[in-house]
Design a protein around this ligand. Structure first.
Ligand code: ITT
Ligand code: NA
Length: 186
């Protein structure tokens, strides 16, 4: 089986490939233009983008959208994580949290799959905290400052093998894989 992931982010493509390999699902990149609706909820953003692309590209197309919601900042940057990373960056985010005791944050990932003219959305969520300083060299984006609950190390310190077992993306795509290899094949 093979899915076609609509993304311009090579890190996401690599992670999803690693997450789905044990299920025997291959991942190909589809370079298509996504409709990006404005919404707080990544599930809604991924769903709308997928609905639009299913019509043109058909089955097994997957759109993934991820957001990082920092509690003390009222959920910022949320679905605007990419823009914020490009503009103020990790140092800018850490500056906003200077002297802030509540470091709680959550990563939310939504994977929207086209199949049989329908869109199925699978969610993954990891709670954690924002570190005081960036730590580690693995992963991408916010990985050096996100510490998943109970693990004491950032995603970037944990490295790809651990991250891809426990991450927001791992959870969403494991659900998708289970659904594809059970429900959808019957
Ligand atoms: P596509 O939309 O082309 O797939 P993107 O990078 O724009 O790629 P998102 O909007 O879903 O993807 O993600 C927004 C940003 O959030 C992304 O650019 C990263 O900076 C960050 N991000 C997403 N997943 C992440 C992860 O697993 N670890 C750290 N940062 C992540
Ligand atoms: Na995006």
């Amino acid at each position: 089986m093979r899915i076609r992931l609509v993304t311009n982010n090579p890190h996401k493509l690599a992670e999803v490939s690693q997450i789905l390999a044990p299920y025997g699902i291959e991942v190909e990149r589809l370079g298509a233009e996504k409709v990006e609706v404005q919404h707080d909820d990544v599930a809604e953003i991924a769903k709308k983008a997928a609905e639009n692309l299913c019509v043109r590209y058909g089955d097994y197309v997957v759109v993934e959208d991820t957001g990082l919601y920092i509690e003390a900042l009222g959920g910022f940057p949320g679905p605007y994580a990419e823009y914020v990373y490009r503009t103020i960056g990790l140092s800018g985010v850490l500056k906003l949290l200077e002297g802030v005791a509540n470091r709680r944050a959550v990563f939310r990932c939504a994977a929207a799959l086209c199949l049989g003219g329908r869109v199925e959305v699978f969610l993954g969520e990891v709670r954690g905290t924002i570190a005081q300083v960036p730590r580690g060299i693995g992963g991408f984006g916010y990985d050096p400052i996100f510490v998943p609950e109970g693990l004491g190390r950032t995603y970037a310190e944990l490295g790809d093998d651990v991250k891809n077992k426990i991450s927001h993306r791992a959870q969403a795509f494991s659900k998708l894989a289970t659904w594809l290899t059970t429900t959808a094949s019957k």
